[in-house]
Design a binder for this molecule. Structure first.
Ligand SMILES: [Zn+2]
Length: 114
């Protein structure tokens, strides 16, 4: 497996996510300073804030996964399923470089709703 390729991919994604998170943070802190004219404004502001916060949670969860994957690369356990310890297919890693589980275990986990 070309580890450098995946390291590069992970680092790129990490930078991307950090940039997105910075932007959302900026947006969120800007919202409170905006002038609220009426209840309609307040509502849409609230919705916007809600969406931003959700996005923020999603993106920071992904960032954690990416950082974990980078640590696994350092430890030499990258690309190995955490459940069954068999190698995660390279095709799968290309689509999702921070995948923790092989496709079979992932399906089991999703079916169990964990
Ligand atoms: Zn597995």
């Amino acid at each position: 497996m070309d580890k450098e390729f995946f390291r590069q991919k992970l680092l790129e994604r990490k930078e991307e996510l950090e940039e997105i998170l910075r932007e959302i943070k900026r947006d969120l802190s800007g919202v409170s300073r905006c002038e609220v004219k009426d209840e309609g404004d307040e509502m849409s502001l609230f919705m916007e804030k809600y969406r931003s916060e959700q996005l923020y949670r999603q993106q920071s969860a992904e960032l954690r996964e990416v950082e974990e994957a980078l640590r696994r690369l350092e430890k030499g356990t990258y690309g190995i399923c955490e459940m069954c310890e068999s190698p995660i297919g390279e095709e799968r890693l290309k689509v999702k470089p921070y995948a923790k589980y092989c496709i079979i275990c992932k399906e089991i986990i999703e079916r169990e709703g964990r």
